[in-house]
Design a protein. Structure first.
Length: 265
């Protein structure tokens, strides 16, 4: 969907940028006039002093008028724009223009390998755990493109070990004899164990867990320190949607996981 240019954040910021640039040029002229006053006063050039005072007064008046124009020109409804679909649409359109793939999932945007959450009340977004306040769509998408060009920072081995620790607990509740038998445990149960303490599910969301599963899957890391091999299991089609872990892939498809198992190779 193409964003209405009359109400876009990109255009509104562009207009205010132009107004501020015009005010800056006027301010430069005012500073120049004040320097002439100082120079005339320093040597006692009385003829030039009166002329430069009048010139500075005109420049300062022009600066005041230009600043008022810039101030009154910013009437953008920031919170409404960030809270609705308009800002999302601007980001997606700007991404399409420079070839950055961004997809929607639940209440977040997914720009491999990052999850993006918009915080309207705080006039910022979260890129994973990093707060970003540069919200001009063209600038934001350019920043995301730069981040994508850097190596993915994800410790697959450490994540795999934490998954095995949670898996071991889950299997033992079913009987110690079932450990290392390749029993499939639902991933939603693993996520519950990883976020067991109060507040942890807020700090580590289900979407982040799904993203990390996908990164582990893509990494090729399969073996734990004690020699077990992990398998991530797709749904059979009989599971309820609430039991599935879903993620938008790098190319925009949907990948669904159901369970996980560990066993000897």
């Amino acid at each position: 969907m193409e964003v209405d240019r009359l109400v876009s954040l990109e255009k509104a910021l562009g207009k205010t940028e132009a107004d501020a640039d015009a005010a800056f040029k006027t301010a430069t002229a005012a500073v120049g006039a004040l320097k002439k006053i100082r120079a005339a006063a320093k040597v006692g050039n009385l003829r030039e002093l009166q002329k430069t005072i009048e010139s500075a007064e005109q420049a300062i008046t022009a600066l005041s008028q230009q600043f008022i124009k810039a101030k009154e020109g910013w009437t953008f409804d920031e919170e409404a724009h960030l809270s609705g679909r308009a800002f999302l649409s601007e980001i997606l359109e700007a991404a399409g223009q420079i070839g950055v793939k961004i997809f929607e999932q639940d209440d977040r945007l997914y720009c491999y390998p990052f999850l993006i959450r918009i915080l309207p009340n705080e006039r910022s977004i979260l890129i994973d755990k990093t707060r970003e306040r540069r919200l001009r769509p063209s600038v934001l998408v350019g920043h995301l493109k730069e981040l994508q060009n850097k190596p993915v920072r994800f410790n697959s081995k450490a994540f795999l070990e934490s998954m095995y620790s949670a898996y071991s607990i889950a299997v033992k509740t079913r009987g110690k004899e079932r450990v290392r038998t390749g029993l499939v445990v639902p991933l939603v149960e693993i996520y519950g164990l990883l976020t067991l303490l109060p507040g942890q599910s807020k700090d580590y969301s289900r979407q982040e867990f799904a993203r990390d599963l996908y990164l582990l899957d893509q990494s090729g890391v399969r073996n734990t320190k004690n020699g077990l091999v992990v398998s991530l299991h797709a749904p059979s089609g009989r599971e309820r949607a609430s039991k599935l872990i879903s993620i938008v892939t790098r190319d925009g498809g949907v990948k669904r996981y159901y369970g996980i198992s560990f066993m000897r190779e």
